[in-house]
Ligand binder design. Structure first.
Ligand SMILES: Cc1cc2nc3c(=O)[nH]c(=O)nc-3n(C[C@H](O)[C@H](O)[C@H](O)COP(=O)(O)OP(=O)(O)OC[C@H]3O[C@@H](n4cnc5c(N)ncnc54)[C@H](O)[C@@H]3O)c2cc1C
Length: 363
């Protein structure tokens, strides 16, 4: 029997790769500690192809968005779950008009909120604060990744396990599983995000530590604010993402500082409220702060040149060890297309893009 391709990590990278391999007729085997450790669990879930401040697509933005939309839709059909929620996309008005109270977005206490999303859209647009900038989506990552986990587990393709250095015999390409069993592999793909490379609660895996990561901290707050019916996702100094059908919004941004733990420091929550209030008008920061239901932080597995790492791990080229990592701030957008490329390369039907190889010189 052919040895399987083993994937370590079932965040968005490991999940998309596993399904791409299955679509090509392989039976991969996935080992994952728990996706709650990962960056995918922390993601706000916004998917769109733009660098809105500069009004240009992100790296591979437009093609990735098309691919992602198709991919997540087909995953929905396969899993019988709803995870992809299309949204209009807005950015701050370039006129730089200073924000004041907006009639449609008045304080919840006054009860003068616009009656429906069209009101809110009309007023916030007429107010000159935001302009329509395209389309995006909210991806419900928790439902998606749990759904894929169940799909793999039912087919004996997943094992919950923490893999440490001592569990891998790189020379003979064998992994030791909990309970004393061993598993040979044809290729070992480390889709471990930053966890396994920086040791955030999980054992260090040396191949992953060979990659020059640059972790970027993101913080998110979730508020229950049903009276604020936003017309879509607003992208500015903070992202304001309505979670369709829940009355909740997520406000998040990136903080470039060293990652400590998964708790959002109170200062971040206050800062997010202050910045969101300046965009929305009608709510002051204290109003927003009082409506917080949850807050969390997480680290984005970014590289120094902001491109993913995909290919043989330097120093382990002869041991069949690959990585699929460094997805950075837009991993939900790029993972499906990259996973398809990696699956083709592992199957020998395509080569890997040179600019993504982990041994590229410039990182
Ligand atoms: C706060 C925040 C908000 C974000 N918002 C967005 C957003 O709105 N849109 C967007 O596109 N991107 C967003 N991102 C970025 C996005 O989340 C990442 O690019 C993406 O999720 C990375 O996925 P991954 O699969 O590479 O890593 P992860 O999701 O971290 O998955 C790694 C997996 O490997 C497992 N693992 C690690 N080590 C081991 C081991 N030794 N043994 C077994 N298993 C192991 C972990 O348990 C985990 O399940 C955000 C990130 C953060 C932190």
């Amino acid at each position: 029997m052919n040895k399987p391709i083993v994937i370590v990590g079932q965040g968005i990278a490991g999940s998309t790769l596993a399904l791409e391999l299955i679509r090509r007729g392989y039976k991969p085997f996935v080992l994952d500690a728990s996706w709650i450790f990962g960056s995918t669990a922390a993601a706000g879930g916004s998917v769109h192809p733009w660098v809105l401040s500069k009004q240009r697509p992100t790296w591979r933005g437009l093609e990735s968005f098309e691919t992602a939309q198709r991919w997540y839709r087909s995953a929905e059909a396969m899993l019988g779950l709803r995870v992809w929620h299309p949204l209009s996309l807005y950015r701050l008005s370039p006129s730089g008009k200073s924000p004041g109270p907006s009639p449609a977005l008045a304080s919840p206490d006054t009860g003068s909120m616009g009656a429906n999303s069209r009101d809110a859209e009309k007023h916030i647009l007429e107010d000159g604060r935001i302009v329509h900038a395209g389309f995006g989506a909210w991806l419900n990552t928790r439902v998606l990744v749990s759904g894929i986990r169940g799909y793999l587990a039912r087919r004996n393709m997943l094992r919950t396990a923490i893999l440490g250095e001592r569990d891998i015999n790189f020379k003979d390409r064998i992994i030791s599983l909990p309970g004393g069993k061993t598993l040979g592999y044809s290729a070992l793909v480390l889709a471990t995000g930053l966890q396994a490379s920086q040791g955030h609660g999980l054992p260090w895996l040396p191949p992953a530590t060979h990659l020059p990561f640059y972790g970027v901290l993101g913080s998110i707050i979730e508020l229950y604010l049903p009276e604020l019916q936003l017309p879509g996702l607003i992208h500015g100094p903070v992202n304001i993402l309505p979670i369709p059908g829940t009355g909740r919004i997520r406000i998040g941004t990136t903080y470039h500082r060293e990652y400590k733990d998964a708790t959002t420091p109170p200062n971040d929550a206050q800062d997010l409220c202050r910045r969101a209030a300046a965009i929305l008008g009608g709510f002051d920061a204290a109003d927003l702060f009082r409506r917080i239901e949850a807050c969390w932080s997480g680290i984005r597995p970014a590289s120094r040149d902001r491109l993913p790492f995909m290919g043989p791990v330097p120093g382990y080229e002869n041991n069949g060890v690959y990585c699929f990592n460094g997805l950075g701030t837009r991993g939900l957008l790029t993972a499906p297309g990259l996973a398809a490329q990696l699956a083709d390369a592992l199957g020998g039907t395509d080569s890997l893009p040179e600019d993504l190889l982990p041994n590229r010189g410039r990182v």
